[in-house]
Design a protein around this ligand. Structure first.
Ligand code: ATP
Length: 235
């Protein structure tokens, strides 16, 4: 692989209070790539996303985004630099409508998508624009959560388990969404447990175990190493 990665994480360490959880996570993502972090529950995938985003109290190592060091910057500056996170819990406000939820975040960079552009990408949301957040299906909530971060203008998206708890048909829909975003030029880091899904949507994969990256595969290699992967993931 050639070229400077858009995101280069090197020796990332992270703590929750006294508890040392990340022990030197290293991986990189080129512009326009979709990359997954795979691993068991508690391996440190979510914590890695939090550390990149600057929302983990204590962290060290290096996170270079577009050549600029993010470690040491406050989370707001990291968001302004152009990284956005869609957390596992989605953060949909149930008392607000779809459109009100979409209008919530500040547009942190010029070039963020308009609500109309987001509806073009997710026609289901347009049909539901006045529905309260709680009336949405799990898949629609996930699209709303992703749609909301597209308004920020960030080209680098961190998606934490977007398929969790969703029915297979909705998982397919999320897969098409991610493919659309890739086509639009977004660069994506995806935390996943479902490696069949991961192999269909992503270019490359990193296996996280006990706060470290212990292996890496392209999607083609992943298909040829399913036994190894099952052992890593304990499935
Ligand atoms: P999951 O799929 O369960 O989210 P994960 O790979 O994302 O798995 P993390 O959530 O990053 O794992 O958790 C890594 C480790 O950090 C685990 O041992 C977990 O118990 C611990 N941990 C997570 N959140 C906290 C917290 N807020 N305070 C203390 N420890 C935490």
């Amino acid at each position: 692989r050639t070229g400077t990665p858009l995101l280069a994480v090197e020796g990332l360490e992270g703590w929750y209070g006294e508890s040392h959880v990340l022990h030197g996570v290293t991986f990189d993502v080129r512009e326009g790539e979709v990359v997954t972090l795979l691993g068991r529950n508690g391996a440190g995938k979510t914590t890695t996303l939090k550390a990149i985003m600057g929302v983990l109290g204590q962290r060290s190592g290096s996170v270079k985004f577009d050549g600029q060091e993010m470690i040491g910057l406050p989370s707001r500056a990291i968001a302004r630099a152009g990284i956005a996170i869609c957390p596992e819990e989605r953060g949909i406000f149930s008392s607000l409508s779809v459109e009100e939820n979409l209008l919530l975040p500040p547009q942190v960079k010029p070039g963020g998508m308009t609500v109309e552009q987001i509806y073009e990408l997710f026609p289901n949301l347009k049909e539901r624009l006045s529905s309260p957040g709680t009336k949405l299906s799990g898949g629609e909530q996930q699209m709303l959560a992703i749609g909301r971060i597209l308004r920020t203008g960030s080209k680098m998206l961190l998606l934490d388990e977007p398929t969790e708890g969703l029915a297979p048909v909705i998982v397919k829909q999320i897969g098409r969404t991610i493919a659309k975003l890739k086509k639009e030029g977004f660069t994506i880091v995806l935390v996943e447990q479902n490696f069949h899904f991961a192999s269909t949507v992503a270019d490359r994969h990193y296996v996280v175990e006990q706060g470290e990256v212990i292996d890496t595969f392209t999607s083609e290699e992943l298909e040829q190493n399913l036994d190894k992967l099952r052992a890593y993931l304990g499935v």
